[in-house]
Design a protein around this ligand. Structure first.
Ligand code: GTR
Length: 396
């Protein structure tokens, strides 16, 4: 009896910590760190001072306080085509299933990649890579079932290759087992308060896929967009921030510690995410639970750190948990860094109406009607955005 009483109290106590706001009129004033002012107070007003100073400072702050450090070295990468079909999708695509085995200090991890390359496109083809945070059945090589989460046929018809790996290969999405993947290669990360965890591991794996793309003659590794939904969208941002080789970043409904501002305190909060998913971010991040104002960063800085490469963020109308307005505002705040590169943002001044995509680089955004999801509608806008970007590059 007594035991139950204690449990009940704990539930109540955690219920109190979990209070959250869904009411715009209740958003309290907050101050964002100025993306164009360095920690020592220097004003950043040129590409040179941004690139030589502030950009790496920002990445470092995110490593220290949020996602953890990103190991860059490993001993080897073995690339094995485990299955191939040159006439997949009724002859429209060349399917390659690839096992990427990375080794470091006697440990190894295998990332299984599914890749479709359009047959009707002059090679090398541009590509989209999805960090798949949902079950593998969403990204099936067999196409026995087709999921709107990864509309590979439509992307192939648009002239792009499409690839995916499932996050569990890199780090199981579980607080007790996330170590059983990339982390095995870097045991010191587990011991450090600024060591990476699952989100860092997923981003690390995306970079190994890029290592493979650089050696794959059918893929144009200079035209690869990294895509992620929700927790995968947090990882796609971190991937692009860390790895300049990704040409575009797509972050879908990524919400808290993704593209949405944390200091707005709307929808999911840092306390909630740290409690529910202690295995995503580093130990230091736990200091900011219910203490967002102390964070030396906010998510507009992560978006800005990807500049001048384009970023497309999305929201969904029924997904207040991921704070659509806070996502849009973060994109707006990032505009000034693109401005340094003379890249004028085409985003409107205020959050656009539902289903009104702004899909011209450098910054794209839409708020789709409906639920928290990655859908063919979202992918369609990603393709348009990528077309605009690559087209503009070709003309230069
Ligand atoms: C939720 C989590 C979000 C988001 C989402 C998802 O439970 O609170 O931050 O990552 O899961 O990945 O679908």
């Amino acid at each position: 009896m007594k035991k139950f009483g204690i449990l009940f109290c704990l539930t109540l106590a955690s219920g109190l910590t979990f209070a959250q706001n869904y009411d715009e009129s209740k958003v309290k004033p907050y101050t964002l760190p100025d993306v164009l002012k360095s920690v020592d107070g220097k004003i950043i007003n040129s590409v040179k001072s941004w690139e030589n100073n502030r950009k790496s400072e920002i990445i470092h702050l995110f490593e220290e306080h949020v996602y953890g450090t990103m190991p860059k070295k490993y001993d080897g990468l073995d690339i094995k085509i485990t299955h191939e079909d040159k006439r997949a999708m009724q002859g429209k695509a060349h399917l390659k299933e690839v096992a990427l085995t990375a080794t470091n200090q006697g440990e190894s991890v295998t990332i299984n990649l599914v890749l479709f390359i359009p047959n009707e496109v002059k090679k090398p083809a541009p590509a989209f890579l999805l960090i798949n945070n949902r079950p593998k059945k969403n990204t099936l090589a067999s196409r026995d079932t087709i999921s709107g989460f990864w509309p590979a046929e439509e992307v192939i018809a648009s002239g792009y290759a499409i690839a995916a790996f499932q996050v569990d290969d890199a780090a199981p999405d579980n607080k007790n087992t996330f170590q059983n993947g990339v982390m095995r290669l870097y045991p010191q990360q587990l011991r450090a308060d600024n060591g990476m965890k699952a989100i860092g591991s997923w981003a690390w794996a995306a970079s190994r896929v890029m290592d493979y793309f650089e050696r794959e003659s059918a893929i144009d590794s200079k035209r690869v967009g990294i895509v992620g939904h929700s927790r995968g969208g947090k990882a796609s941002l971190w991937t692009a921030a860390q790895d300049k080789r990704f040409a575009i970043c797509f972050t879908n409904n990524s919400g808290n510690t993704g593209a949405a501002l944390s200091k707005r305190w709307f929808g999911e909060t840092v306390a909630i995410i740290n409690k529910a998913f202690p295995h995503w971010f580093n130990n230091n991040y736990k200091k900011y639970s219910d203490n967002e104002q102390a964070l030396p960063v906010d998510q507009h800085m992560l978006i800005a750190s990807i500049a001048p490469r384009p970023v497309y963020a999305t929201s969904a109308s029924e997904d207040l948990w991921a704070d659509p307005t806070g996502t849009f505002l973060a994109m707006k705040e990032a505009e000034k860094v693109y401005g340094l590169y003379n890249l004028k943002s085409k985003l409107p001044g205020t959050p656009p109406a539902l289903n009104t995509p702004f899909n011209n680089p450098p910054l794209g955004y839409h708020n789709r009607e409906g639920k928290h999801d990655l859908t063919p509608y979202d992918w369609k806008q990603f393709v348009v955005f990528a077309n605009h970007h690559y087209e503009a590059k070709r003309k230069k």
